[in-house]
Design a protein around this ligand. Structure first.
Ligand SMILES: Cc1cc2nc3c(=O)[nH]c(=O)nc-3n(C[C@H](O)[C@H](O)[C@H](O)COP(=O)(O)OP(=O)(O)OC[C@H]3O[C@@H](n4cnc5c(N)ncnc54)[C@H](O)[C@@H]3O)c2cc1C
Length: 386
């Protein structure tokens, strides 16, 4: 067993750490206030290779792995949970899925833009009445000969209103249950019959756009089906197991970022004649945060390692996602407490970490859904897959 990063992995982590410090942090609070999304920053991240990990070189990737992607997402997440999202929307979601299940033509047409960060990606399964129970979706595709006509709604889709090309899951044959769901690549700005709207009421992640799609007979060419009609549910579950590690890495970043803030403040703030870091209860709070953060880190790195070694990892990925997102929420909560009144002020970043952390318990399967996956595999009722 090895607990050290390679020299190359350390370099990659440092590139992301510098990017977060120099390119995100200086303008972040202003962008947060304006709910500003910066497509130019996604492209810059792409140009630095942030979205090419875990993709083979012959498909335009860097040939590195999930571990490298995790290290970068963690560093970005430490500074901004919003800016961790493009790892999923560009690479771990659309690009990896099309690289695994797509046709050579689909790979040639779509992978370069997602990797470069110039074609904004997304993946759409959630609907107004469909969340955890993905197979209960209502969106459906009608076979029109040379194309499908899509009808329905998708809700809570990251990058929907800015998206150029992404993944859509819809029924093509409802009589087949979840084996009647099909995965498509859609281009909402180009394909007729699609409207996208922003969701403006989010508690946090203010620099990460989230929106809704309305499909009124949107025309999708047949060559945009990923795999075969009916493969969509299997593809969707595979995709969630990849994007879940991105979310876990982001959560790790949030837990680490909140811990750093709490330590900084505890050393600075004096009450009762000494820094609050010297009060035993603050020390206990910080020790709990350290332990949870480091435990989550080991779990997230283990899941990434298993993915990079082609071993079954759904179980370990769900454990990592659950542990990291719960650690993030707890760390952000403790950080708020340690900041006292200043934690309650929007002039300090503690409250942003708190608001953003809550999203991590919801996306890529809620904490309850992770528990269902984990317990199903722990009790031998479902197999652990890759
Ligand atoms: C910021 C943000 C970004 C998002 N981005 C995307 C995206 O890019 N693409 C996308 O498709 N979706 C996205 N989502 C949607 C997200 O994946 C769903 O919200 C999530 O899957 C939960 O679904 P739901 O909100 O409908 O909750 P529900 O499924 O309705 O669950 C409600 C509550 O019931 C619990 N619950 C549900 N079923 C069970 C069960 N069987 N046992 C025990 N408890 C259960 C849940 O844990 C939760 O606490 C995003 C959401 C947010 C907030």
């Amino acid at each position: 067993m090895q607990f050290e990063l390679s020299e190359e992995q350390e370099k990659i982590r440092d590139v992301a750490r510098r990017f977060a410090a120099e390119e995100i942090l200086p303008t972040l609070e202003e962008e947060e206030r304006k709910h500003e999304f910066r497509p130019d920053r996604v492209a810059k991240m792409g140009s630095l290779g942030f979205f090419s990990c875990a993709l083979p070189e012959d498909l335009g990737g860097s040939g590195m792995g999930f571990m490298e992607s995790v290290l970068m997402a963690e560093e970005i997440g430490k500074v901004s949970a919003s800016w961790r999202l493009p790892f999923n929307m560009q690479n771990l979601g659309p690009a990896l899925t099309v690289a695994k299940f797509g046709t050579p033509q689909q790979k040639e047409k779509y992978l370069p833009g997602w990797i470069a960060g110039t074609q904004l990606g997304f993946f759409a399964m959630t609907e107004p009445d469909t969340g955890s129970d993905v197979a209960s979706m209502k969106t459906h595709a009608v076979d029109k000969g040379d194309h499908y006509a899509i009808h329905g709604n998708k809700m809570w889709i990251s990058q929907a209103q800015v998206g150029d090309a992404g993944l859509l899951y819809a029924y093509t044959d409802r009589s087949q249950g979840n084996k009647g769901i099909t995965a498509f690549i859609i281009e909402p700005k180009k394909m007729k019959g699609c409207t996208a709207r922003a969701i403006e009421t989010k508690l946090g992640l203010h620099c990460a756009p989230t929106g809704e799609f309305v499909f009124e007979g949107m025309q999708v060419p047949k060559e945009n089906v990923i795999g075969k009609p009916g493969d969509g549910f299997r593809i969707c579950m595979w995709q969630l197991n990849q994007t879940r590690i991105g979310c876990a890495a982001g959560a790790l970043g949030v837990a680490g970022g909140a811990l750093d803030l709490a330590i900084g403040y505890a050393n600075e703030r004096k009450q009762f004649g000494k820094p609050i870091a010297q009060h035993q209860m603050i020390q206990a709070q910080i020790a709990d945060m350290v332990v949870e953060h480091q435990a989550a880190q080991m779990l997230v790195y283990r899941a990434a390692w298993l993915k990079d070694h082609g071993k079954p990892n759904q179980y370990e990925t769900s454990i990592a996602k659950l542990a990291a997102s719960e650690a993030a929420v707890h760390a952000a909560n403790e950080c708020m407490k340690i900041y006292g009144s200043y934690g309650f002020s929007t002039e300090y970043p503690a409250e942003r970490f708190y608001r953003d952390a809550k999203s991590l318990q919801i996306v890529e399967g809620t904490s309850n859904i992770q528990k269902i996956i984990i317990s199903g595999m722990a009790t031998g009722q479902t197999p652990n897959r890759g």
